[in-house]
Design a binder for this molecule. Structure first.
Ligand code: ADQ
Length: 463
């Protein structure tokens, strides 16, 4: 078995502590690294005055991590700039929020080169190299430019936007061209893959070949669908832990017989929080009899706080939740509990389990793992109902959820009514279909699917 080198913007720290705040992606990649042996490389999260390329290594629990510090300017231009002010909004169809600055593009190129220069000496000839996400799209090309012949894979965790939007990026042609340095590229859904293929065919004059291959300008890459999952077995077990049970009881006690509707999202405009609050407000307006019988717990830990659109959405949601509470609250009832903090995974599992309904309504999302976690946390005998945006990648696999258009307040309000009124038999039937998928296509399945494709690629001949 070949060694594995994982490269991503940030690196997860290996931990034996099951209650550690690790998402499914970290768990899966760490387990793949343990199995294959190898290294996880990325930015340390620290700044340095002058970039030196010095590598900080840690060894623990069978995994080696290697990280580098970046300069303040790198972080402004590459991370807060090109990654999160340019590519993130554009890839989530928010061209209105997309900022096009030459400095950002320059920083993005520079940091990708810094990554390439520093990781190159750590890679051995037979290693599989797996690059993650929009921060590092050109890295494969930078590595090839430096003579790397290894099997190189890339996975995009966000949507791939339609060509019509992508062409607004001044350097779209180079960005897409650079993807052809990889042997395998992966997307969460057929939709995102299809947008990519259309770009290649329509904009580059490329062609589609057998075995998921895409060819343009004389270069061929395999472009596959590999929908990410969660560590389902671990999450189901976490739900049964003492801490999760205790949290569930705490939720019941604090809700005095009211039905809990839950939302759990990073505070990000792509997650549709504003529209969700408006949908819930519409529900309260349309259903006066149900006021006081339900409440919405929205958990939204702040993210990317240096980026001003994130400061704006936070202020917007503060105002909106305040307005809705001001309008509808009673002396003994608050319609929205809006919380800006993260919770340890066992507590999150307990909250999911206590919730009769989950609102997972992003305006656009590569996949969305909260939808899968909610399903994995349910009581099989009396499961809650998942309301899921049709525009989340997860909707392609989770058709047994109540699917909604997250932009429509009316549809959201109606979906809440449907979910609250759904008979147990139907809830069990839908949940069974959902959990079967979440168990079958878990994060280990995803990882193996991608790595098998990458193993099959050939090490390149010397130039
Ligand atoms: P994200 O946009 O971060 O991921 P998501 O898939 O929902 O979105 O994952 C968020 C994770 O953070 C979940 O595991 C969730 O439990 C956790 N989380 C959120 N709020 C939390 C809180 N308050 N406390 C504790 N944990 C919390 C990106 C893409 C997604 C894609 C993933 C994986 O945007 O579309 O599904 O990568 O590919």
């Amino acid at each position: 078995m070949s060694r594995l080198v994982v490269i991503s913007n940030r690196v997860a720290v290996p931990s034996k502590d099951a209650s550690a705040n690790q998402g499914g992606l970290a768990v899966a990649l760490l387990s793949a690294l343990r199995e294959h042996g190898g290294i996880w490389f990325g930015w340390s999260g620290e700044t340095t005055e002058h970039f030196t390329g010095e590598i900080h290594r840690t060894e623990g629990d069978g995994v080696t991590t290697a990280t580098i510090d970046l300069e303040e300017q790198d972080i402004d231009e590459y991370y807060n700039g090109y990654a999160n002010r340019t590519l993130w909004p554009l890839f989530h169809y928010r061209i209105d929020l997309t900022e096009f600055e030459r400095d950002f593009a320059g920083g993005y190129k520079r940091v990708n080169e810094r990554f390439a220069d520093t990781v190159l000496p750590l890679v051995e000839p037979d290693d599989l190299v797996w690059v993650h996400d929009y921060h590092l799209i050109p890295l494969g090309q930078k590595l090839r430019d430096r003579g790397m012949r290894n099997r190189l894979g890339f996975f995009l965790h966000t949507p791939w936007p339609p060509s019509r939007l992508l062409v607004s990026l001044p350097s779209h042609a180079q960005l897409v061209e650079s993807l052809f340095a990889y042997d395998v590229i992966g997307f969460h859904t057929e939709d995102w893959l299809d947008s990519f293929r259309r770009y290649v065919v329509d904009m580059m004059g490329g062609s589609l070949g057998p075995n998921d291959t895409v060819t343009a300008n004389g270069r061929t890459v395999r472009a596959i669908v590999a929908p990410i999952g969660i560590d389902t077995a671990e999450f189901e077990a976490t739900t049964l832990s003492d801490e999760a049970r205790f949290t569930k009881e705490r939720m019941y006690m604090s809700s005095t017989g009211r039905s809990l509707i839950v939302g759990v999202d990073r505070l990000d405009y792509s997650k549709g929080l504003r529209e969700r609050f408006l949908g819930y407000e519409r529900f309260l307006q349309n259903q006066p009899d149900r006021r006081g019988l339900v409440y919405l717990l929205q958990i939204a830990p702040p993210s990317r706080e240096k980026v001003n659109t994130y400061q704006e959405i936070r202020a917007d949601l503060d105002a909106l939740s305040g307005r809705i509470n001001g309008e509808f609250a009673d002396m003994d009832w608050t319609p929205i509990r809006y919380v800006n903090q993260g919770y340890p995974r066992p507590q999150l599992a307990g909250i999911y389990r206590a919730a009769r309904v989950a609102l997972v309504t992003p305006l656009r999302d590569g996949m969305n793992l909260v939808a899968k976690e909610y399903v994995a946390a349910q009581d099989p005998a009396d499961p809650g109902v998942l309301i899921l945006s049709s525009f989340a990648g997860a909707a392609a696999q989770m058709k047994a959820a109540v699917l909604v258009n997250p932009y429509s307040a009316e549809e959201l309000a109606d979906a809440i009514v449907t979910a609250l009124a759904m008979p147990r038999e139907e809830r069990v039937r839908r949940w069974q279909t959902l959990i079967d998928g979440v168990r079958r296509e878990d994060v280990f399945w995803w990882c193996a699917l991608f790595l098998d494709a990458l193993e099959d690629a050939r090490v390149r001949e010397p130039a």
